[in-house]
Design a binder for this molecule. Sequence first.
Ligand SMILES: *Cc1c(COP(=O)(O)O)cnc(C)c1O
Length: 398
Amino acid sequence: MVLSQEPTTTVVTRSRYNYQLSEIIRQRAWVEIDQSALAHNVRQLRAFLSPDTELMAVVKADAYGHGAIKVAQTALQYGASRLAIATLGEGIELREAGIIAPIVVLGAVNNPEEIAALCHWKLQPTICTFQQAITFSKTLAELEQTLSVHLKLDTGMSRLGTLWHQATEFVTLVHQLPYLKIASIYSHLATADELEPTVMKMQQQRFKDAIEKIKAMGISIPCLHLANSAAVLSDRSLHYDLVRVGLAMYGLYPAPHLKSTIDLKPVLQVKAKITQVKTIAAGTGVSYGYQYITQRETKIAVVSIGYADGVPRNLSNRLKVLLRGQYVPQIGAITMDQIMLDVTNLPDVEVGDIVTLIGKDGENSISADDWAKTLGTISWEILCSFKHRLPRISTGEC
Ligand SMILES: *Cc1c(COP(=O)(O)O)cnc(C)c1O
């Protein structure tokens, strides 16, 4: 979508009015992406890693809602050397934008049409099973194409991958297949964000054992990787040749106990405008279902953002926003396109004022972690929940 990538200086002409596109997309509600904060986080991560550990920027799910193309470009500029996405379509989007860095598809790709697309777009798949390896080899033979592939071991996540105790057979098979070139072997950790390291250590031991056996067979593997953001920050022995970082790059810590490791700055902010202000009497119901009844005469502000933009309806009556640098309570049910605030204590509030739902306003801030805590979920899900209806606007261009 053009709006999400080029909010800069394009002028749109509509009848006799001329608008800066950047002003139009700041009309209702939007997401601001601070590219300088992103660059800062990537530099911090790069400095934290040893020089021979590669940084792979995980930009799946439209870079956790931040806009994959721009994030990929900034990450590559400031120290990432590879990219990871989850789906074929996400990889194609990056290639079509002219990105030439190696791109790994973390999700499963199984059928011949998809394999042909991988070749065409020079995307590197993850191979998770014996059967998948054989399908790839057959299809690649027909296409007369060679692909660099990444082999996934399941060391305890019980998601994608061949079980660690079958690693030698799996790697031996792929090693023998023509048209497949092993670019790396990797696994994924289930509990890296927890204080208690027992499961993580068990997974690492399984990974180590598998790799040692593979090496003992005389098969050399160019790259090993195991760490996500939490593992990067919690234990250097998990870094290996490459780390796959998502969340930390976006400026959030995977767990509170990891906050002392490196300095991260949140990249995403969510903002919306006030569209109406009015005073309603004591005892008046607000929004669908009258979940909120005013206790006193109340000045309310209507804000043009709702659950269709990704503000979870479950936050109704529990959401706080920032307005003129102060915390203000949201009242009543969150609706599809709009929310109401109690602004009785802010006499000067007017239509057009900007409300910060996630981000910083003056001294105060609200983070995706705050929402996650209230909702009983994780910040990863909050970041991914903002819809395409919200234009992404880059700030802090660097
Ligand atoms: C999403 C993902 C990551 C990144 O995880 P973060 O916790 O966001 O750093 C790394 N590896 C795999 C396999 C993933 O699916």
